[in-house]
Write a protein that binds this ligand. Structure first.
Ligand SMILES: [Fe+2]
Length: 265
């Protein structure tokens, strides 16, 4: 069975929504089972969210990808491929299956939007030896994804200054679409709007007595910060000064969970 024939396996998503019921006080009635439904507490959610960022109309997908229909362009950031094998090499006992998972979810996003161009916005590989560690089947799967679009762009990140040699596609430090700069880390010399990755934003929200958290898109007038797409990537709270200090304008925050997305600010 090859990589693509494994699609009937249950979906494993890197996007998590943590559900932490609040403690019931003494004398407080126990919650009904229907009240423990997280989606009911949080609201219905959307299957995608349309936003305008600096004149670009983007569809924010619950997978963590963003699609610019007018440009037939799909953007993902921070795949961190082979993070698992890197951790395993250092003795951490986690399954080195993240590349398989990440590539499978990326394939689903590509199939859903059928873009002509795919932009990986940096930190696509977890380190400069990640390509050497990648299994042959995952290498083949990655290059077969590249064949699904006319153009594939690897933007350099701080973890991966250059994509491995076996990867098809162009290498760029940054590019521009409709006056918006796309790059991995913010360029503070550039006053224009930027779509970036790097920060792996996460957010949390309280609803119905529960506490939810998940990866998110974070959009102000200055920056649209993409969530990390990779399976084993952690997250940084949007409240952290590293993210909050980037923005002078009020941010719109879209939190993701499985197949849905919620605007929470
Ligand atoms: Fe990253």
């Amino acid at each position: 069975m090859n990589f693509w024939q494994k699609n009937n396996t249950p979906e494993r998503t890197a996007v998590t929504l943590e559900r932490i019921p609040s403690r019931r006080k003494i004398g407080e009635p126990e919650r009904a089972a229907s009240d423990r439904n997280p989606e009911r507490a949080l609201g219905a959610g959307q299957t995608s969210a349309e936003i305008n960022f600096a004149g670009l109309c983007l569809t924010l997908d619950p997978s963590g990808a963003a699609y610019i229909a007018a440009q037939h362009t799909l953007i993902v950031s921070d795949l961190h491929l082979e993070k698992g094998s890197g951790a395993a090499a250092r003795g951490r006992l986690i399954p080195a299956l993240d590349s398989y998972d990440t590539l499978l979810r990326l394939k689903r996003a590509i199939k859903a939007y059928e873009p002509k161009r795919i932009i990986c916005l940096g930190d696509s590989f977890h380190d400069r030896f990640a390509g050497d560690r990648m299994a042959e089947a995952d290498r083949a799967a990655l290059n077969s994804l590249c064949d699904l679009a006319q153009e594939w762009v690897w933007v350099s990140g701080n973890h991966d200054p250059e994509a491995p040699a076996f990867c098809e596609g162009e290498r760029k430090d940054q590019l521009e679409i409709g006056g918006v700069t796309l790059r991995h880390e913010p360029d503070f010399e550039n006053d224009g709007p930027q779509i970036i990755g790097h920060f792996h934003p996460k957010t949390s929200v309280a609803a119905g007595g529960y506490h939810f958290s998940g990866r998110c898109f974070y959009a102000s007038d200055e920056f649209l910060i993409m969530p990390a797409f990779g399976a084993y990537t952690g997250g940084l709270s949007c409240a952290d000064s590293a993210i909050a200090s980037l923005h002078e304008s009020k941010a719109r925050i879209f939190m993701m969970h499985a197949a849905k997305i919620w605007r929470v600010a």
